[in-house]
Ligand binder design. Structure first.
Ligand SMILES: CC(=O)SCCNC(=O)CCNC(=O)[C@H](O)C(C)(C)COP(=O)(O)OP(=O)(O)OC[C@H]1O[C@@H](n2cnc3c(N)ncnc32)[C@H](O)[C@@H]1OP(=O)(O)O
Ligand SMILES: CC(=O)C(=O)O
Length: 540
């Protein structure tokens, strides 16, 4: 017998509370693109911002920006001393092309006194008049009860009166906010239960939690357990100060954990859920920031293991070390090779790259010990998949020697140019043997590594055309142990016209030497890839 499940509503405030994140500033075009992502993913409500507060949000609300989600305008309740019909802020909300208005209302008497400077009753009157005005404009009304939990702890009767006033005036949702983010899950649970006992049904209650103690997700889930049926949050947890509840963590938990999945359903299908890793990364891409590797469910490390004991069990049954299948959230298992790995890690990684080797092959043991020795001297193969594959193919099956660098030289000169401007110039000379013929190339670059890269790729004889679309995308330098003994690890990310990306590594006491190793690996990998020898898995 299938039990019918209760509906939980998901409310995204990335474009409103997320806009209050230090360092984040959306343009109208950004907002349009993000609203589309949110709408297509399946959130029930997309809060777009605060029309009337700034030109961006006002322009954004000139059109409805969602096709299926309810498009929500945010703003404060009417000011005391003016009627709802004469409040310009309220007028901007009503006139916006939104489906719903979410009012922020004070529910802590301390704030009413200090921040608003009005009486408790005047604040209640503002809540009532604002909700009624939204209702009269045929928009769905909801009220974010700001500081509800702190307010409840200080004066439960007044906090409840604010929530009750909103509900009685017709608010579809009364949202309990942990505005300062300091409330604990046990307190959230208890207070939500008391609100429901006081007469506001859970089907009309929401939760809006901030992450100031790292518990916004836990607080949101505690509120759901206690009875609320709307959850607010943002993509990747952005938001004021430490951020909001992270919907990218909450959504899979609601869908995949039986404690929630057996009782509730959301508007997000199992198929849409497989797009959540992509959604999270696409959003980071829009923000121009690197995705967090350890993000729950969606991070590149969320289903990764370096540990040999874990890799061995994973190869037998993935569920031994995975709390949910990675595919359910569009992520993937990664078994990494490093000094923490055993045979199982290597076999899994080699298989993924299409390299077959029997478990008892002595060449496998040799590869493992070379990787471990190299890692001890500074290499990091878990972040340099292409260099690992080159090493593995060379040791297991051999690799053609496409070219051989006989020498390179690099010079840095600070001098005055023809216009009398002081300039630092880097120049490199590289000698390469290709099919027995020595080629010497000279190049200038922005820096010594750039000059070497240009010189190395200037004339590789018959391979020259093949590397025309090779480009360096990223360059990372790490000094591994300080002082005079310091050695340098260089990681280089490359990509080509096919969209493939790969990482290579070089280690040396000399940064130029380390860079050159990584550059050479990148070119050899590209040549190998062109011959379909590389089991390319780097374009993730
Ligand atoms: C918890 C939250 O995240 S709430 C959302 C917070 N987000 C923002 O504030 C971002 C957008 N805000 C803004 O652009 C501006 O604050 C505006 C346009 C809304 C208002 O600007 P101003 O009129 O210059 O007011 P200012 O920002 O200085 O102060 C806020 C005013 O709103 C009043 N106010 C605050 N909350 C409420 C409320 N819920 N209901 C009615 N009035 C309120 C304050 O008492 C203060 O009034 P005062 O100017 O008479 O002292
Ligand atoms: C409304 C809101 O963003 C808050 O109370 O945190």
């Amino acid at each position: 017998m299938t039990m019918s499940r209760e509906r939980l509503y998901l409310f995204d405030t990335t474009l409103r509370d997320g806009q209050q994140t230090p360092g984040i500033d959306f343009s109208v075009e950004d907002k349009i693109a993000i609203a589309k992502l949110l709408d297509e993913f399946g959130f029930d409500y997309v809060e777009g911002g605060y029309p009337g507060a700034n030109p961006t949000d006002t322009a954004f609300f000139r059109e409805k920006r969602t096709a299926r989600a309810k498009f929500v305008a945010f703003g404060m309740t009417k000011r005391v001393g003016v009627s709802a019909s004469n409040d310009p802020g309220l007028a901007a909300l009503v006139q916006s092309k939104s489906d719903a208005i979410c009012f922020v209302a004070k529910s802590w008497d301390y704030h009413v006194r200090v921040a608003l400077g009005c009486t408790n009753d005047e604040n209640l009157e503002s809540i009532k008049a604002s909700v009624e005005a939204a209702g009269a404009s045929a928009k769905e009304a909801m009220v974010d009860c700001e500081h509800f939990f702190d307010g409840f702890k200080a004066n439960p009767d007044y906090a409840l009166a604010c929530a009750k006033t909103a509900y009685d005036a017709g608010a579809r949702w009364v949202v309990l906010c942990d505005t300062n983010g300091g409330t604990q899950p046990s307190e959230v649970r208890l207070i939500v239960e008391k609100v429901i006992a006081a007469g506001i049904p859970g089907e009309h209650l929401g939760i809006h939690a901030h992450d100031d103690t790292g518990q916004a997700v836990a607080n949101s889930l505690a509120a759901v357990e206690a009875g609320v049926r709307q959850v607010q949050g943002t993509l990747n947890g952005i938001g004021e100060r430490c951020g909001n509840a992270n919907l990218i963590s909450i959504v899979p938990t609601l869908a995949l954990k039986p404690a929630f999945a057996d009782r509730f359903e959301t508007g997000i299908s199992a198929e849409a859920l497989t797009g959540i890793s992509r959604l999270s990364r696409a959003f980071d891409e829009l923000l121009n920031r690197a995705p967090e590797a350890q993000a729950p469910y969606v991070g590149s490390s969320a289903f990764a293991t370096k540990a040999g004991i874990h890799a061995s069990a994973l190869a037998k049954e993935p569920a031994t070390y995975e709390h949910v299948p990675p595919e359910s959230v569009g992520n993937r298992r990664r078994v990494m090779v490093s000094d923490q790995g055993g045979k199982a890690n290597f076999l899994a990684e080699l298989k993924r790259r299409g390299i077959d080797v029997p478990k008892d092959d002595h060449r496998l043991d040799a590869l493992i010990s070379v990787v471990k020795e190299r890692e001890a001297s500074g290499y990091a193969y878990e972040g340099a998949d292409a260099s690992f594959e080159l090493l593995a193919r060379k040791m297991l099956h051999g690799l053609p020697e496409f070219f051989h660098v006989t020498s390179f030289r690099c010079m840095i000169e600070r001098r005055f140019d023809a216009n009398g401007q002081l300039k630092t110039v880097s120049e490199a000379v590289v000698k390469v043997l290709v099919e027995g013929e020595e080629k010497m190339s000279v190049a200038e670059g922005h820096g010594p590594v750039n000059a070497l890269d240009i010189a190395l790729r200037k004339d590789l004889g018959r391979y020259q055309n093949e590397i025309a679309d090779l480009e360096l995308a990223d360059f990372k330098v790490r000094i591994l142990n300080g002082g005079t003994e310091a050695i340098t690890r260089v990681l280089i990310e490359s990509h080509d016209g096919t969209g493939a990306r790969w990482w290579t590594v070089g280690v040396s006491e000399n940064i130029i030497d380390a860079s050159f190793q990584a550059l050479m690996d990148s070119i050899i990998y590209k040549l190998m890839k062109n011959r379909e020898m590389a089991g390319l898995v780097a374009a993730e």
